[in-house]
Design a binder for this molecule. Structure first.
Ligand SMILES: NC(=O)c1ccc[n+]([C@@H]2O[C@H](COP(=O)([O-])OP(=O)(O)OC[C@H]3O[C@@H](n4cnc5c(N)ncnc54)[C@H](OP(=O)(O)O)[C@@H]3O)[C@@H](O)[C@H]2O)c1
Length: 222
């Protein structure tokens, strides 16, 4: 991790389900400290984390960014189902780079502000960025299944042999930071350009859950 000096040593993960724990496991393996939360009090997450994300620290949701934001580039990964996003206070992650790893699923009853974007066929991350307006939002990490995450992350491989993951965000510095994170986790990061370009990473797109390489993603970069 030491080569990625702009990255904070502590990363927050909002959501301790299938995706959140997969991200946390990979981050801990890569040498980061991880603060992770769910709807449950930290004590109730203890055994769950021992199994699914050993080494990650359970915190209350309000504090998920407390330690990462002590550093210059506080970074939090959003891994809460979109249908639950009205229960996540934007204030918890204000001032941080927020990785939107969420996806829209047909069966979810979305908050009105997200449904409005879905109705207009807009990328949901645009609505997420509007809602979490105190954070710099980057769409990433949403297009790999939790079941493949551990095997797909391989920090020993040269970049061009790793699975590629896209990053889309309007703030170039925030996007660059998330690309450093993706690389540190063991993937090959590909900049797709602005946040709206992240649409290509969504479940109905051609890249979702596919073991893609850099060359597969580059044609979609803007
Ligand atoms: N599963 C995957 O392979 C995968 C991969 C990439 C992206 N994603 C996306 O990531 C999101 C989460 O998916 P998932 O499969 O991880 O869902 P999941 O297994 O149902 O886990 C959701 C987690 O979010 C927590 N949560 C819900 N509301 C919260 C709140 N207000 N504050 C804090 N935590 C809250 C839940 O807490 P409790 O544990 O207390 O219920 C749970 O830990 C979805 O949008 C999904 O599309 C999933």
């Amino acid at each position: 991790m030491s080569e990625h000096t702009l990255l904070p040593p502590v990363i927050g993960v909002l959501g301790a389900g299938r995706a959140g724990t997969a991200f946390a496991r990979t981050l801990v393996k890569a040498g980061f400290e991880v603060d992770i939360c769910s709807t449950r009090p930290p004590r109730a997450l203890r055994h769950h984390l021992k199994i699914y994300a050993p080494g990650a620290v359970a915190v209350i949701a309000e504090d998920v960014a407390a330690r990462t934001r002590e550093h210059e580039n506080g970074l939090v990964i959003l891994a809460v189902p979109q249908e639950d996003l009205d229960d996540v206070e934007p204030e918890w992650v204000a001032g941080c780079v927020l990785v939107d790893a969420t996806n829209a699923w047909q069966d979810e009853v979305l908050p009105g502000w997200l449904q409005a974007a879905a109705d207009e066929q807009l990328p949901t991350s645009l609505a997420v960025a509007g809602h979490f307006s105190g954070s710099r939002v980057v769409k990433a990490l949403n297009h790999v299944s939790h079941g493949e995450f551990d095997d797909a992350a391989d920090r020993d491989l040269p970049l061009d042999q790793r699975r590629a993951l896209g990053a889309a965000g309007d703030d170039g510095a925030a996007r660059g930071l998330v690309m450093m994170l993706i690389e540190a986790m063991g993937f090959d990061p590909v900049s797709l350009g602005p946040l709206a370009a992240g649409r290509i990473l969504e479940p109905d797109g051609p890249l979702f859950n596919r073991p893609v390489r850099r060359d597969d993603l580059l044609p979609f970069a803007r």
